[in-house]
Ligand binder design. Sequence first.
Ligand SMILES: Nc1ncnc2c1ncn2[C@@H]1O[C@H](COP(=O)(O)OP(=O)(O)OP(=O)(O)O)[C@@H](O)[C@H]1O
Ligand code: SF4
Ligand SMILES: [Mg+2]
Length: 320
Amino acid sequence: MSDVLTVRGLTVSVRSKTLVDDVDLTVGPGERVGLIGESGSGKSLTALSILGLLPEDVHAAGSVRLSGVEHELIGADERRMSRVRGRDLAMVFQEPMTALNPTMRVGDQVAEAMLIHRTVPGRRAARAAASELLDRVQLSGALRAYPHQLSGGQRQRVVVALALANDPALLICDEPTTALDVTVQAMVLDLIVQGVAARESALLFITHDLAVVATVCQRVLVMYGGRVVESGPVAEVFTNPRHRYTQGLIAASDLESADRRLPTIPGNVPAAGQFPSGCVFRTRCAHATDLCATVPPWDGTPSHGFACHHPAPALETTHA
Ligand SMILES: Nc1ncnc2c1ncn2[C@@H]1O[C@H](COP(=O)(O)OP(=O)(O)OP(=O)(O)O)[C@@H](O)[C@H]1O
Ligand code: SF4
Ligand SMILES: [Mg+2]
């Protein structure tokens, strides 16, 4: 079956600075893909480019195609993008209030999302569907509440219900639980995973939390300096990272630890547009040689590979 999301050669720039460089990424039907990398690696800009929500002075080039949508998303005008967003493509960001209307009851907001995209036959059906959706996120009592009457976790559950209202082909989450208490995080993550599974929606999930990637995602992409440096099945990338940056991330992390923020690797992340030529990681890499001044080629398939001149050795896999 063809992919739900196909991103090819995505480059994002502001004036002469390149912030995201030649990113390729695909998400298959029903697939859950994680996007990780230190702060400033270009994760959010990648997501915002797909959604057509980049700030005015930031420009995207390349190709973003979504199954079921006839047109290219890069460069599509706002009229076309607003039809796609909320119907084929939905999102959950860190701060739920940015997605909610403070002056409207949450039940009405969920119903409205379906009416706008005409995915229900009428107002009565929309209200019934909204009530059912809020039930699913365990907020049956909140139908008539305003956002300010709910807790942060409850608001984020409303946003999840809103995002899933029109059975999107793809849900993009950018740090959806970072602002929530740990106990609430697990519940919201569960609702996201159950919600996409029930609809067979694909998921692109951005997080700093490696343990969350391990529980939520099947495949992971690692970004650094605006590039995808490695991708593959979560179990393989986490146990046998090949790119030296991924290896540093995994080695410095403790998936069992209570503090699950992405660990830092020695050295500082350069400022945007200040990454070295060749391998973007070479100013921090203990394995760098002169060869690393050239861009490392991608080794592997688009969905499972890495770009490093001196990769960590592949571990022997045991075959039954
Ligand atoms: N409007 C902008 N103008 C200039 N630079 C920007 C703009 N938006 C983002 N950047 C820069 O682009 C780089 C990538 O930003 P992005 O928000 O995608 O990072 P991120 O991987 O999502 O980081 P975080 O984990 O902190 O959310 C950063 O260095 C950021 O400072
Ligand atoms: S290409 Fe070179 S600098 Fe980059 S991660 Fe690999 S070894 Fe390090
Ligand atoms: Mg971000």
